[in-house]
Every structure is written in structure tokens, then in C-alpha cells.
Design a protein around this ligand. Structure first.
Ligand code: IMP
Ligand code: MG
Length: 179
């Protein structure tokens, strides 16, 4: 059984689906048909990104980056390392960075700063989940799917030690699974 490692489901499949459709519409309304360079952060954002891009009608290029801050624990190391690089040019592009969850804010603010050096026309950010209470920077995303309380969550791309990414919903992991 999938659910046995979870305390409870926090965001259901249905709620994710309808919110992701709304996000697609909001993003389209913002870009007004301009071409988007969507940069997704591996591995956590892949499930969200796969659904989100099918709700975006603007022309879109897709590229990937990897930013690692967690190792296999549940608390951020604070200094995410960006590994790998984009294949597509950032200069002059309308960049939309997509991540699974905004927690301390270190990852997205670091990647925004890094890509900002390459002269994009714009950089915007979108995160499925936002744990506002845990923020260590004043970073806010332009689009957020759901604000959630401070629990360690898994599913819909989010992992604990690379597990649970395939769950179709977001659930709170039982603390005994990582303590
Ligand atoms: P930040 O740099 O602290 O904002 O953390 C962002 C990254 O931490 C995300 O891309 C996730 O990979 C990871 N993360 C933060 N909170 C959680 C969680 O509750 N479950 C799984 N991964 C998380
Ligand atoms: Mg991640």
C-alpha cells in the first residue's frame, strides 16, 4: 500500500489537477503569447512540470537544471549546488523557473541570481508548494500552487531519499520514516 508511510494526504490528486490548470491559465495570461523558456529543477519538479506545460498554450521551450540542497535528509543544507547546465540560451529569453516546493528559498533565489547574470529578458518563478514559515530569505515566487504548513511532504515529484516521487498526491510523511 502506498499510504502506509504517510500521516495523511495533504493535497489530493483532484485539487492538484484543478490548481495546475489555473496556473497554466495565469501564466498564459501573463506572457500573452510570448515564447517561454521554461527551466525545471530536477528531479523534484518533473511531475509538476509535466502537468503544468500541458496547461500552457504559449509557445514554450523546455530545459532542465539540477540544484541540490538536501542530500538524503529532511532539512536544507542552506547552500544549494547547481549542477548540470542549460542547453538553451538564456540571453534575451523569457525565463520561467519551476520548482516543486519553496522552503527556505535558498534554491530558487540562488538559481534566479545565477541565470540573471546571463541577460534574460525576464525571470519569473513558479512553485507547486510554498512553506512560508520556513523562509530564510525574502524570496517569493510569482506563482504558487498551494501554501502549506511546515511538514515534510512527499509525492507528486517530492521525495524522501529518492522515494515516493510517484505518488499522485502530496502527503505528509510519518516522522518515524525519517527519525
Ligand atoms: P529550499 O532551497 O530550502 O527552498 O528548498 C527547496 C528544495 O528542498 C526543494 O526543491 C525540495 O527538493 C526540497 N524540499 C523542501 N521541503 C521539502 C519537503 O517537505 N519534501 C521534500 N522535499 C523538500
Ligand atoms: Mg528539489
Amino acid at each position: 500500500m502506498r499510504e502506509e508511510d504517510l500521516e495523511r494526504i495533504l493535497v489530493s490528486e483532484e485539487n492538484i489537477k484543478s490548481r495546475v490548470a489555473e496556473l497554466g491559465q495565469e501564466i498564459d495570461a501573463f506572457y500573452e503569447g510570448k515564447e517561454i523558456l521554461l527551466v525545471t529543477l530536477l528531479n523534484g519538479a518533473i511531475v509538476f512540470t509535466a502537468d503544468l506545460i500541458r496547461n500552457i498554450r504559449s509557445p514554450l521551450w523546455l530545459d532542465t537544471l539540477r540544484a541540490q540542497s538536501y542530500g538524503s535528509g529532511t532539512t536544507s543544507s542552506g547552500a544549494p549546488e547547481i549542477t548540470g547546465d542549460l542547453r538553451l540560451p538564456v540571453e534575451g529569453a523569457e525565463v520561467l523557473l519551476v520548482d516543486d516546493i519553496l522552503d527556505t528559498g535558498n534554491t530558487l533565489s540562488r538559481v534566479v541570481a545565477e541565470l540573471g547574470h546571463r541577460n534574460p529578458a525576464s525571470i519569473r518563478t513558479c512553485a507547486l508548494l510554498d512553506k512560508k514559515e520556513r523562509r530564510q530569505t525574502d524570496f517569493e515566487a510569482d506563482w504558487v500552487g498551494f501554501e502549506i504548513p511546515d511538514h515534510f511532504v512527499v509525492g507528486y515529484g517530492l521525495d524522501y531519499a529518492e522515494r515516493y516521487r510517484h505518488f499522485p498526491y502530496v502527503g505528509i510523511l510519518k516522522p518515524e520514516m525519517y527519525s
